[in-house]
Design a protein around this ligand. Structure first.
Ligand SMILES: C[S@@+](CC[C@H](N)C(=O)[O-])C[C@H]1O[C@@H](n2cnc3c(N)ncnc32)[C@H](O)[C@@H]1O
Length: 260
């Protein structure tokens, strides 16, 4: 008879605690959604950057985490038209890692970025974002939306963008994946599975709520299912997701109107 699988204790915590604890292993624990985001982001990022002004563009990142994608903005090839990158996150532990990761890139870099900033900011607090982060031509937000009510997410992006125009690049966990699980990790010290608060959104819901708040899709919103061949990069943790859509992402333009 097969011995039963050991059960893992599941602990639900608030989002700040989740990411303060996850920070230690966020970049190394083989989470398949981050790897899928790495695979799918490049064409979307190129498109987003091409829509921004050709000089002196300011980008604010909402929920930068450990700077996985902030770092991509700072690379000389991406940053030809960027003069400022401001990164915001709820979790000080995630933000500390982002700051360190980015300083390695900016120190001695030939990229023309003039300023970078890392700020603690909770989109749910109702408080205004730091002034340095406002007035951006572009907002980047990857894998953050699932933690916020849609209205809070889009209203926060509006506060960060210049009043007229401006672009949002957003990626998120796909609803097919969200229905089977939520953001979390295994704490190697305690052995428990720690998870936080997540909302499951369909692409249609996101597009519709965005539209009501003055955002229109530029091009189309892409989605990605895990394929057998992805397992080479995703590793064994990807196996149970083969055939399941796990990611979506797209670019929105803020056109104003309702909700202003
Ligand atoms: C899954 S991580 C994604 C991090 C990074 N953008 C990436 O793609 O790797 C979600 C991030 O959103 C941040 N976050 C969650 N809720 C937030 C809120 N209310 N305000 C600001 N940041 C928040 C978390 O602290 C965490 O760093």
């Amino acid at each position: 008879m097969e011995s039963p699988k050991p059960t893992r204790q599941i602990t639900s915590v608030g989002t700040v605690e989740l990411y303060n604890r996850w920070a230690k292993v966020y970049d190394t624990d083989g989470n398949i959604l981050q790897t899928t985001d790495d695979l799918c982001l490049p064409p979307l990022l190129t498109h987003f950057l091409s829509l921004l002004p050709s000089r002196n563009a300011k980008i604010t990142e909402l929920g930068c985490g450990t700077g996985r994608n902030t770092a991509k903005l700072l690379l000389p090839l991406s940053s030809t038209n960027i003069s400022s990158v401001q990164a915001l996150d709820l979790s000080l532990s995630m933000l500390d890692i982002a700051r360190q990761r980015c300083s390695v890139i900016t120190t001695g870099s030939t990229a023309p970025i003039l300023s970078t900033g890392f700020h603690v900011f909770d989109a749910l607090s109702g408080a205004g974002p730091p002034v340095e982060a406002c007035g951006a031509e572009g907002v980047l937000s990857t894998l953050v939306l699932e933690h916020l009510p849609l209205i809070v997410f889009f209203e926060s992006v509006k506060k960060l963008l210049k009043k007229e125009g401006g672009y949002l690049l957003v990626t998120n966990m796909h609803e097919e994946m969200g229905r089977r699980g939520q953001a979390g990790f295994v704490d190697v010290e305690s052995g428990e599975k720690v998870r936080g608060v997540s909302f499951v959104y369909s692409i249609e819901e996101v597009v519709e709520e965005g539209r009501k708040l003055g955002f229109e899709v530029v091009g189309e919103v892409g989605e990605r299912a895990v394929a057998e061949e992805d397992l080479e990069v995703l590793g064994d943790r990807g196996r149970k997701w083969v055939g399941c859509k796990v990611w979506f992402g797209g670019v929105f333009r803020y056109v104003g109107g309702k909700g202003e």
